[in-house]
Design a protein around this ligand. Structure first.
Ligand SMILES: CCCCCCCC/C=C\CCCCCCCC(=O)OC[C@H](COP(=O)(O)OP(=O)(O)OC[C@H]1O[C@@H](n2ccc(N)nc2=O)[C@H](O)[C@@H]1O)OC(=O)CCCCCCC/C=C\CCCCCCCC
Ligand SMILES: O=P([O-])([O-])O[C@@H]1[C@@H](O)[C@H](O)[C@@H](O)[C@H](O)[C@@H]1O
Ligand SMILES: [Mg+2]
Ligand SMILES: [Mg+2]
Length: 207
């Protein structure tokens, strides 16, 4: 079953874009370009994920990472307000650095579980990292072949919301929420890989 992205968190995109537009305008007015926003967002995410999560500071880590991860919406806003409607280079940079940010977030959580001696949850979180990367790769490869794979239960916003909310609540002392979130995400990401493979398979058969 294919999930239309308009049925998922993508629905929040126009509202988030509206909220971020005044900030985007201010950045453009100061001569700050989208690539700088992309780079700062990625750097901030990587440093905070690899600092806070392994130390067990899950709530503050999830909060700070959320701020930096929202730069991924802000860079597109800045690109579009800049008048050129976004560049090919910017699209490449944005997607590539998203992979770096995702690796740091899930890598930070893996280090947290390893530090606590929880090998099983470290492995489940590793599955989230790998399956999430395959989800993104499947779409990028399909697009490189002139096809589309813009479907799935757990696209990047869903993966980030589940991981960050679970980490945030776990840090507040809510029991079982982080393991439950990681198990849920591992399964949802695997399903998403399947959905994208099936979507591409059907397109190749139609050809
Ligand atoms: C103080 C602030 C605290 C904030 C707390 C608020 C909590 C947040 C609540 C809700 C978030 C809701 C999620 C929003 C969903 C958005 C859905 C969506 O569309 O996501 C996709 C995007 C970005 O995708 P992409 O990068 O592809 O789009 P762009 O718009 O950037 O466009 C790309 C094109 O732009 C051009 N371009 C780009 C870059 C560049 N350098 N040059 C360019 O030219 C080019 O043409 C490109 O093709 O967003 C995401 O994926 C990020 C999702 C964010 C999810 C955050 C989830 C956090 C939720 C909860 C965490 C709770 C813990 C903390 C609790 C704190 C409570 C206060
Ligand atoms: O494929 P996926 O990982 O769910 O989501 C993708 C993002 O991770 C990627 O960075 C972005 O450029 C793509 O347009 C797509 O939204
Ligand atoms: Mg972006
Ligand atoms: Mg992005």
């Amino acid at each position: 079953m294919a999930y239309d992205r308009t049925a998922m968190l993508k629905l929040l995109r126009p509202a988030m874009t509206r909220i971020l537009t005044p900030l985007g305008r201010a950045l453009v007015g100061r001569g700050i370009g989208p690539d700088a926003v992309t780079a700062i967002g990625t750097l901030g995410t990587v440093v905070s994920a690899l600092l806070f999560f392994p130390l067990g500071l899950l709530t503050v880590g999830a909060f700070v990472i959320t701020v930096f991860v929202l730069f991924d919406l802000l860079d597109g806003v800045v690109a579009r307000l800049g008048g050129k409607g976004g560049s090919t280079w910017g699209a490449f940079l944005d997607s590539t650095l998203d992979r770096v940010a995702d690796a740091a977030i899930f890598g930070g959580l893996i280090l947290y579980f390893v530090a606590g001696g929880d090998t099983l949850m470290a492995a489940v979180t590793l599955a989230c990292l790998i399956a999430g990367a395959v989800v993104s790769y499947a779409k990028a490869r399909a697009e490189g072949l002139g096809l589309t794979a813009d479907v799935g239960l757990a696209e990047r916003p869903e993966r980030l919301v589940v991981a960050l909310v679970a980490a945030f609540l776990s840090g507040l002392g809510v029991p079982y929420v982080l393991p439950a979130g990681m198990w849920l995400l591992a399964v949802a990401s695997l399903i998403t890989v399947g959905q994208r493979v099936v979507a591409v398979y059907h397109q190749t058969r139609e050809r």
